[in-house]
Design a protein around this ligand. Structure first.
Ligand SMILES: [Zn+2]
Length: 147
């Protein structure tokens, strides 16, 4: 059996094709350095990430709203034991921020030392392009009032 591939485990790769046509403006916006949310024109509810249909009143009459993206950390966790897809990455921090715009955002928090991350710290939601070329967004410390 020498040289035979392991019979104890097999690698399984899953690939998903997620339709994004109704939220394309969001991905295009990230590439242009803008973070968009959607607002329901019927009931006024703001959504981030954007949605094509309102979960509150079921209307599909939505408008795009550019977020300022500033807010405060309301929860975070440091991830040392990474899932397989992030095993090559260094340990990272995931945070939830409550944005002044009126929505919450879940994202990686980058640019802050682990010891410096705390509830209430000011952050900004900013667009990024991943190493493999995909638009995404991260939270970064917003130094202006992190005294
Ligand atoms: Zn609505």
């Amino acid at each position: 059996m020498a040289g035979f591939p392991s019979l104890r485990s097999k690698k399984l790769v899953l690939e998903y094709n997620i339709p994004i046509s109704k939220t394309l403006k969001f991905w295009e916006g990230l590439k242009e350095g803008k973070v968009f949310a959607t607002r329901c024109k019927m009931c006024g509810r703001l959504y981030f990430p954007p949605v094509a249909d309102c979960g509150e009143c079921y209307s599909s009459d939505i408008e795009w709203v550019e977020l300022r993206g500033e807010g405060r950390v309301i929860s975070f966790t440091h991830v040392d034991v990474r899932p397989p897809s992030f095993r090559g990455a260094p340990p990272y921090t995931v945070a939830i921020a409550e944005l002044d715009d009126g929505v919450k955002a879940l994202a990686w928090l980058v640019g802050a030392e682990k010891k410096d991350v705390r509830i209430g710290m000011r952050v900004r939601l900013v667009p990024r392009i991943s190493d493999d070329g995909f638009p995404l967004y991260v939270l970064t410390p917003h130094a202006a009032d992190n005294s």
